[in-house]
Design a protein around this ligand. Structure first.
Ligand SMILES: [Zn+2]
Ligand SMILES: [Zn+2]
Ligand SMILES: [Zn+2]
Length: 158
């Protein structure tokens, strides 16, 4: 997804390509790994164009979501987050959320094709998308835990 994709999608759907929409899109693009909340996004774009208010950010995200330019994410941390839909991605990819350090990793593959086929057959249900979140400990936090566990272990045996 790049600026040209944005322009095409907006034009094809009868929306104007405005400077503010471009700025908001660009900020999403440059910070895609961060899974920005509207507030964080607003902080970034208001430095580029101080006329972009939080209401404009909300409105634009709503439009982008409608046009499948962004995905809305909920990591259960009391705010919505957004990321650009990847090219060639039919469905949303999955997220691994560390319950210790709150890091979010992405699983770039769908991996659900077989299940989807099953569901569509059994329930005659046409799947358009899915949201899958995994909660647990990232590899870093796991190795920290093992270190601490070892220390405690040696203390106890002595
Ligand atoms: Zn899928
Ligand atoms: Zn972690
Ligand atoms: Zn993601």
């Amino acid at each position: 997804m790049d600026l040209n994709n944005l322009k095409t999608i907006l034009t094809e759907n009868g929306y104007k390509v405005t400077k503010q929409r471009e700025v908001i899109f660009q900020a999403l693009l440059e910070n895609n790994e961060s899974h920005l909340s509207p507030e964080e996004l607003h902080e970034i774009v208001s430095k580029i164009d101080k006329d972009i208010g939080i209401a404009t950010v909300y409105r634009t995200l709503l439009l982008f979501e409608e046009l499948n330019i962004v995905y809305k994410l909920d990591f259960d941390d009391n705010r919505y987050r957004y990321e650009l839909a990847s090219e060639g991605e039919k469905h949303q990819h999955h997220h691994l959320i560390c319950t210790n350090c709150s890091k979010v990793e992405e699983v770039k593959y769908d991996l659900l094709e077989n299940i989807e086929e099953d569901i569509e057959k059994t329930y005659k249900f046409k799947i358009q998308n899915h949201v899958l979140k995994f909660f647990g400990l990232c590899s870093e936090c796991q190795s920290k835990e093992i270190e601490q566990g070892d220390l405690n272990g040696t203390k106890k045996t002595k």
